[in-house]
Design a protein around this ligand. Structure first.
Ligand code: NAI
Ligand code: 15L
Length: 269
């Protein structure tokens, strides 16, 4: 598939959205920005909530694809998750279906499978078809998003790549992240591959760099043409010296979802 020219980027004001605003134009995309929060220096950005169906209809008009990052990105009361992540994602899919947008790349999360035990030394990486085990209402909403994407592919032919992102930040900041980190540059590579691969139907992939300590299987991501170039290992010595090795007796260290399985961080605003 040729590079989609116009890309709707939801969640454009957020951490990942800000990173992608600077990285994706190099791949040839013209970005249309959408977020409930205004974005400084971006007067053309659409400032609207995912509950605003008229704003979504306007936002998807004429775009070639959507990168859907908007939503609550940590644990929160169920009612808030319901509104932003579950109903909001449904509203986006409906607008995209009505407008005939052919493909969405959905920011799913490792927390859709967060209660899955991390592989121990010598065990194989977690496959993409492992049963979903959400660790929070947040993870549950990502599980819903993946099922919604499957439904819209099977019923309406709207394609999605659901990317179960690990931790996409400038650097890994704890020992678990050595296994699940996705560098921002690899994030842009993966989103570009997901936006341009041929005939994806609904494909689920894990989103991370080629980490030496990787916990999951990147085969389905690589099948899209993704070639990660980064590895968290250069950060390992300093992180382990400061924080210690992962503790096999601590559930937050032995499940994919990390601290979300015991002490989920809550919505900060
Ligand atoms: P973030 O919290 O920094 O950004 C999310 C953005 O969505 C915010 O700018 C917020 O204003 C916007 N938003 C929230 N509710 C909205 C609504 N109802 N209507 C319109 N906009 C709304 O999160 P971050 O880190 O940028 O993550 C982006 C996406 O990727 C999220 O969906 C998150 O769940 C997912 N993700 C991120 C990971 C990471 O490592 N950064 C890991 C796994 C998944
Ligand atoms: C996520 O899904 C969150 O959005 C992000 O803030 C991180 O907590 C990440 O997962 C993670 O698991 O490290």
């Amino acid at each position: 598939m040729p590079t989609p020219r116009t890309l709707l980027l939801t969640g454009a004001a957020g951490g990942l959205g800000t990173l992608m605003r600077s990285l994706l134009p190099e791949y040839g995309y013209e970005l249309r920005l959408f977020d409930v929060r205004p974005i400084e220096g971006e007067p053309d950005a659409i400032t609207a909530d995912l509950s605003d169906r008229d704003a979504l209809r306007e936002a998807v008009r004429g775009v070639d694809a959507v990168l859907h990052l908007a939503g609550i990105s940590l644990e929160a009361p169920f009612e808030k998750i319901l509104r932003s992540n579950i109903e909001g994602t449904y509203n986006l899919y409906e607008a995209a279906r009505e407008a005939g947008v052919p493909r969405i790349v959905f920011a799913s999360s490792n927390h859709a499978v967060g209660f899955t035990p991390a592989p121990r030394a010598g065990e194989p990486p977690v496959p993409v078809d492992t049963p979903r085990r959400p660790d929070t209402f947040y993870g549950l909403s990502k599980s819903f998003g993946e099922d919604l994407a499957q439904l819209y592919w099977d019923r309406h032919g709207l394609e999605t790549v659901s990317v179960r992102i690990g931790s996409c930040f400038a650097e890994p900041t704890d020992v678990r992240m050595l296994s699940v980190w996705m560098s921002p540059a690899d994030g842009a590579r993966l989103f570009h591959a997901a936006l341009t691969a041929e005939e994806v139907g609904h494909t689920v992939v894990y989103g991370s760099s080629a980490n030496t300590r990787l916990w999951w299987d990147l085969t389905s991501a690589r099948a899209l043409g993704y070639e990660p170039r980064d590895d968290s290992e250069p950060y390992a010595e300093k992180l382990i010296a400061g924080l210690g090795e992962l503790d096999p007796g601590n559930p937050a260290h032995t499940h994919l979802g990390g601290r979300f399985v015991v002490d989920p961080p809550v919505w900060p605003y």
